[in-house]
Write a protein of this length. Structure first.
Length: 378
């Protein structure tokens, strides 16, 4: 059987060896509970958590006290949006988001609509970018939160977050960013970009699954969230539950490695992505979905008009690519992201997402190009 080629890094990534090595002792000899304050086993675990919290803070330029550990971005999104909703209703019940957000955001907003929230869903243009004027027009004195993802998981399109933050703060509202796809890939500075709340997930940048973090600003403005999990008062009362020390250590190490390596990785991966696009787009009626200027260096979403992606993918079983988000791949519907960008249902069904990573090789890209061209020409 031929070795499989993995080009679905936006879905998840393999754990870096350095991350695995850092985690292993915490499965066995360093197994203590970080909340056990009466003996060395607990102290060792607590110290490991403190180091990891600082590693996360160093990567995104915040205070370690502003980092709350979660099980991943879905939990972080729920804590952020529901936490603001429940804590700031005296100001208003209006939330703004975007039609191309991850389902974790859209479904959370839909759940709040049933509880009385008013949600505005912004449009995007053909390139997948919001209109700042539409955002300005949507803001009201009752707007408590604007939830806009940093970069889209299906297209890689990056929103103008700094400009968005300026608009949001002019209205004295808060900005929440789902940064799941960008942390560890490009430099994020929550201070410079004026982000108030931001989620991240370790398994998107070579850390373990089941661990993530939520950044919550402590000053200018100080953000307070209503907890969604009660019991024990862990994480300053914001997220109760025994800390996943092993996962937290892995997240911290992944952040440390990303801070050192991300620029070198991005330059090499970008070249491979460009080669993949250029040669695949030689096929007739083939084009890139979304902006080719403002997007992640590792992601491309390509429409092969008239060629159903599901059929093509079945003919290349040793190549791992995606038809959309991993979280919605079981749903037999056209991508809500591509439809919001103006694609027809048919073109959405003919689109494939390729997401590269630091273990992607030139030989793999060459083989993928050959295989895709072959099945597209059948």
């Amino acid at each position: 059987m031929k070795t499989a080629i993995y080009l679905d890094y936006n879905a998840t990534t393999p754990v870096d060896k350095g991350v695995l090595d850092a985690m292993l002792p915490y499965f066995s000899e360093k197994f203590g509970n970080a909340s056990s304050r009466t003996h060395s086993f607990g102290w060792i675990a607590e110290d490991a958590v403190k180091i990891a919290r600082q590693q996360v803070a160093d990567l995104i330029n915040c205070l370690e006290q502003e980092v709350v550990f979660t099980s991943g971005s879905t939990e972080g999104i729920n804590l952020a949006i529901k936490g603001v909703w429940e804590n700031y209703q005296s100001k208003g019940k209006h939330i703004i988001t975007v039609k191309t957000e991850h389902k974790a955001v859209l479904d959370t907003c839909k759940a709040l609509e049933k509880k009385g929230a008013t949600i505005t869903y912004l449009n995007v243009d053909r390139e997948g970018v919001i209109d700042l004027q539409e955002l300005k027009n949507a803001l009201t004195p009752q707007t408590i939160l604007v939830a806009i993802m940093y970069a889209n998981n299906e297209t890689g399109v990056i929103q103008p977050i700094k400009e968005i933050a300026n608009v949001v703060h002019t209205n004295n509202s808060m900005l929440f960013c789902d940064a799941t796809q960008v942390v560890g890939k490009i430099n994020i500075d929550v201070e410079d970009e004026h982000i108030d709340i931001m989620c991240l997930s370790a398994h998107k940048f070579y850390g373990p699954k089941g661990i993530g973090a939520l950044y919550i600003r402590r000053k200018d403005p100080r953000v307070t969230l209503f907890p969604q999990i009660d019991g024990g008062g862990h994480e300053r009362g914001l997220r109760s539950g025994t800390l996943n020390v092993t996962g937290i250590v892995g997240l911290g190490k992944a952040c440390e490695i990303a801070k050192l390596d991300m620029w070198d990785d991005s330059a090499r991966i970008s070249k491979l992505r460009t080669r993949l696009e250029q040669l695949l787009c030689e096929l007739p009626n083939t084009f890139i979905n979304g902006s080719t200027k403002n997007r992640l260096f590792n992601t491309t979403n390509i429409c092969f008009q008239g060629k159903r992606s599901e059929t093509m993918i079945k003919k290349i079983p040793n190549i791992a690519v995606a038809m959309g988000s991993a979280c919605t791949s079981a749903v037999a519907e056209p991508s809500h992201v591509l439809k919001a960008m103006g694609l027809s249902d048919e073109d959405s069904y003919c689109s494939i997402r390729f997401s590269l990573g630091k273990y992607t090789t030139e030989a793999e890209i060459k083989e993928v190009i050959e295989k895709i061209k072959a099945v597209a020409n059948i």
